[in-house]
Design a protein around this ligand. Sequence first.
Ligand code: CA
Length: 229
Amino acid sequence: MKILIVEDEFALADALRDRLMQEKYEVDIANDGTTGYDMCMTGAYDIIIMDGMLPGKDGIEIIYEMRKAGVTTPVLMLTARSDLMDKLKGLDAGADDYMTKPFEVEELLARLRALIRRNYGKEENVLTVGNLKLDRKNASLVNTGDNQTISLAGKEFKILEYFMDNPGQALTREQISERIWGHDDNVEYNNVEVYVSFIRRKLKFLKANVKIRAVRGVGYRLDVEETAS
Ligand code: CA
């Protein structure tokens, strides 16, 4: 797995590289947007970690131009704290995930593993969040406390799988819609709402201690409850 870090803060870039190399990733660094752009366009990397604000060319611009040119390398974008517009612009431009600075390196490693699983098929067959276990092979959802089991229909399964791959992370309606329906312009966002309501009913039926919460102005987030309900 070869990772490119495009980051103009030298200390952060070096610390990330050292940690990633401990995890046996190969790592290259670009310290400005112009160099980063050239390296990204080679398509030679398996994953790109992209800072937002960069000298030369900013991260969003690089991602946008990469995608326009057909370079599909998954991108994890780093954005300044609480800059929601940057996150949304980054996702619109074609970033696959984002993290807000400052972040925990261990969380970044977990996000990278999820990106790798999603893009390179090294998927675990079973996803576990809270008291829920989702079996990807037969689309069954189990309460691990009482072993109550239900099966999920195609899109319900895909949407819940997306949430369980990204627990605690707000997913925009656009992200969900894009992932499940692709670029089909006939899909309206309220399809997402409809499926979320189906899934919520099933979670309730299973007495899951996991809930899909609405995040105002953004979308939804899968959270583990403090106390089971
Ligand atoms: Ca920067």
